[in-house]
Design a protein around this ligand. Sequence first.
Ligand code: 6CS
Ligand code: FE
Length: 295
Amino acid sequence: MSQTTSLEQDLYPSRIQDRPQWIPRHDPVVYGTVDDGPLDQGQLHFYEKNGYLLFESLFSAGEVERMREALRQAWNAYKTSDEDYVVREPNSDTIRSIFRVHKNNPVFREIAYDDRIVSRVRQILGSDVMIHQSRINYKSGFHGKEFYWHSDFETWHVEDGMPRMRALSVSIALEDNYPFNGPLMLIPGSHHVFISCVGKTPEAHYKTSLKKQMYGVPDEESLRRLVQEHGIDTALGNAGSVLFFDANIMHGSNGNITPFPRSNVFIVYNSVDNRLVQPFSGLERRPVYLAERDD
Ligand code: 6CS
Ligand code: FE
């Protein structure tokens, strides 16, 4: 095991102090330039300013249908599975998430390595990249519950030892995202500040946090201020639309009581220059299906 832990400085302490704290981002948002990939100056500027970019159609209708079929097959295959990488909704057996689909599912593996995604990710992160995490979120009709406001980076830093903000998520919509079926909400511009959270991480926190996150969620006053300052954007779009969003952007989604599922596949990419060290919580590492270490 590496010695990096003790040497690595914690630039973004969280779940340590008893008061929330706003820490300015120490890291760039966009690491590459227009010369490094397909994104133009306007798109890079939008991403830097707002922390996300939405593409209406990076994939063909045929490709989207193939992914939807893979999604349905996975649902059937894992319906009664007790694998730990299959996460159920808080109060029912309905599948909430299936993790590590870039390893366990040939269709999503292909998508995770697709150049239309990877070229954009490498351009934004300015280096080669590795997959940190992947998952399907089903957000079933009637049963899909909310994801409370959070910064992904906060969790990956505290619980997985991701040192710097040099990672992003790609979310591919596999159903149409309407205003009413629990689409992703983002606070544009919130990625420029790290909201240090209160509360002490319990051991094996992931066993409950993936159903309902209770630690590493920001305080209401900070959220109110962020929303007052920046407003809320909603990632709407047809099946096949693709969202790129910064690891530290504040985001969340409501539950889904409509009959329309809101299923997405998420792939998280991290820069090879930002490899994980020991978790800053001092607790044990999370399993590889949540935080890859060798890819
Ligand atoms: O634990 C994770 O890696 C992801 N899941 C949740 C519920 N919050 C943080 C992060 O997005
Ligand atoms: Fe998230």
